[in-house]
Design a protein around this ligand. Structure first.
Ligand SMILES: [Zn+2]
Length: 469
């Protein structure tokens, strides 16, 4: 049995590891906020300039309908937004965009609100993706890392299961917060609030006759002030998931009690100061009550607590003495994490075919050279009334064939057959691949793909009936 210092030191190291991951994700997320702010300033500045006369635009003039040439340009913009539609983009927004592109009467103000909303939707989609990827990575890393520290500290090891997809999904859906809200609820609320604020700021700016550049700057500024709240939410969620991983680890490894470990410095809150050093039964461990986070941005952690560590001193634990009886193995002090993982961490055996199917699909998707958002296929290509849906129905697909069509599109992706390359000002590249598609009869379709950066996988944009030119 190791000394109390061992457990505290190991826990602090693990917590630091978690914090570093959270900081990295937060930095990426805040950079996205800056990019979105810059894009809003530029795009709204452009439209304001286009609608203005003598560099001024009254609210009354902004409420006038788009003129023919403005309407045409607005439609191109909306179609570009639809084409850009990415994973995680709200399906409802995608439908609204489709409706907007078909409208004949739309005011200048509404058209600018559409531009604003699109930027917020894109930002939100990324935010959810980044948060989910951080939280599931954190859970697995903290669970296994702390299990390693524990078994190494005890000097004995036994088999553990690596957290699988179902487990991670459950963690992401755990409502730990006192108000019962999920991180995704909060992000969604943030989105709604931001859209309303931007719209109000635009209208007020026009109504009070602000210079156009000031209006655009003000909108960009709205995004910047949201950054610290977004980061705080991410850190708090990361702290909560770290605690969930600790709790599951203690439970699975039969640790009866845990101790609160506050970082004591001038920034430590009164609550964390008062909790420091207290110990509680793992069975009663509850985030925000007797386990961190106790407040937003909380840095407090926990470590295992053993009643008898004083008496045991440097002696090995009882469990180690009858290690062989229980099929336990000794974990020598010099064993590395990699060696430990190879010996004790088991991948979950997959019981049924359906589950195997899911894991197969996840693997295939991860290894595929391209990505296709589900919403593109079910909510667009095969959506009754959508732009090109009839062309897919004509060759025999039905609205129920989304998975099949997606698989066929994926299978047909072959970049060596790509043609019609086009580079956009932001560096993204579009290209087309002509493929044969059809459930009853085969016809030639033009598929359009987009590569956002030279290193990213091409994303599926759209497909429609077209014979090669
Ligand atoms: Zn705290």
């Amino acid at each position: 049995m190791k000394s109390r210092e061992y457990w505290e030191k190991r826990a602090v190291q693990r917590k630091l590891q978690a914090e570093r991951q959270a900081v990295k994700t937060a930095d990426e997320m805040l950079a996205d906020y800056d990019r979105a702010a810059a894009a809003i300033r530029k795009d709204i500045g452009y439209w304001l300039g286009k609608f203005a006369e003598n560099n001024a635009l009254s609210l009354t003039d902004a409420r006038k309908l788009l003129k023919a040439d403005e309407l045409r340009e607005f439609r191109w913009t909306v179609e570009e937004y639809i084409a850009k539609g990415q994973k995680n983009i709200d399906g409802k927004w995608e439908r609204q965009l489709t409706n907007a592109s078909a409208r004949v009467h739309i005011s200048r103000l509404e058209s600018m609100e559409t531009v604003l909303r699109q930027h917020v939707e894109e930002l939100t989609g990324k935010r959810i993706e980044q948060t989910e990827s951080l939280l599931s990575g954190l859970y697995e890393g903290q669970y296994l890392g702390r299990a390693f520290d524990l078994q190494k500290g005890l000097g004995v090891g036994w088999d553990l299961q690596r957290p699988d997809l179902h487990k991670l999904d459950k963690v992401l859906k755990t409502r730990w917060a006192p108000d019962g809200e999920l991180y995704s609820d909060r992000i969604w609320k943030d989105k709604q609030a931001l859209v309303s604020e931007l719209n109000a700021s635009l209208t007020q700016g026009l109504a009070t006759g602000k210079p156009l550049q000031k209006i655009a700057d003000g909108l960009a500024e709205r995004l910047s002030v949201k950054k610290s709240a977004a980061r705080r939410l991410l850190y708090t969620e990361a702290a909560a998931v770290t605690t969930l991983a600790e709790k599951d680890c203690y439970q699975d490894l039969d640790v009866a009690e845990y101790e609160i470990l506050a970082t004591l410095d001038s920034r430590t809150s009164a609550i964390c100061r008062s909790m420091d050093g207290k110990h509680f039964p793992v069975s009663e461990m509850k985030e925000g009550v007797n386990a961190p986070p106790f407040h937003p941005n909380c840095r407090t952690d926990t470590c295992p607590y053993f009643d008898d560590w004083e008496e045991l001193g440097g002696e090995p634990m009882r469990a180690a003495r009858d290690a062989e009886d229980k099929g336990y193995q000794l974990v020598p002090a010099e064993m590395t994490y990699k060696e430990w993982e190879g010996r004790f961490v088991k991948e979950k055996a997959v019981e049924n075919a359906a589950e195997r199917g899911i894991i197969e699909i996840v693997k295939v998707l991860a290894e595929a050279p391209c990505t296709i958002a589900d919403a593109k296929v079910s909510g667009y290509l095969l959506k009754d009334g959508a732009y090109h849906a009839q062309e897919f129905f004509d060759v025999g697909y039905t609205p129920d064939d989304a998975e099949r069509l997606k698989a066929e599109l994926m299978a047909a992706f072959d970049e060596s057959k790509a043609v019609e390359y086009k580079t956009f000002p932001d560096g993204a590249v579009h290209f087309c691949i002509y493929i044969e598609l059809g459930a009853v009869k085969k016809r030639r379709f033009r598929t359009v793909w987009r590569r956002d950066t030279p290193d990213s996988k091409p994303r599926f944009i759209t497909a429609y009936r077209k014979d090669e030119d």
